[in-house]
Ligand binder design. Structure first.
Ligand SMILES: [Zn+2]
Length: 127
């Protein structure tokens, strides 16, 4: 399932464009983790780095997300399920040797690109 059916959001596109300009190549919207059909926004197979661009509201960002636990009701349950799924994705990625980098919607895409680039280069160099 696509995360909220949303992709190609503005922060995501800017991040992709910046990384591409920096000379990085990656897959977009790929499934890589065993036992799930979850798609990841950016996948660097050689370095085994995954990048997820998470919306502040839907993924309950620490700065802007409303706490799902603070509200009752269907939406709160949906948000809580999203957060739990994110945690599960993080566990699965780590178990399979992937580094998962979370980029929040509120992050500066240029800065996020540098973070991703640094991680990819470090893991390539370590191989
Ligand atoms: Zn945020």
């Amino acid at each position: 399932m696509r995360r909220q059916g949303r992709r190609d959001t503005k922060p995501e596109l800017e991040l992709r464009r910046t990384l591409h300009r920096m000379g990085f190549r990656y897959y977009v919207d790929r499934t890589v983790l065993a036992g799930t059909r979850r798609r990841h926004d950016l996948v660097f197979p050689g370095a085994k780095v995954l990048v997820e661009v998470r919306g502040c509201y839907w993924h309950a960002c620490p700065q802007h997300g409303t706490s799902p636990k603070a509200n009752a009701g269907w939406w709160a349950q949906k948000l809580a399920a999203n957060v739990e799924r994110d945690r599960d994705t993080e566990r699965r990625a780590a178990a399979e040797g992937w580094e998962l980098i979370v980029v929040w919607e509120h992050d500066d895409p240029q800065q996020a690109a540098v973070t991703v680039a640094t991680a990819v280069r470090a893991r390539q160099a370590a191989q």
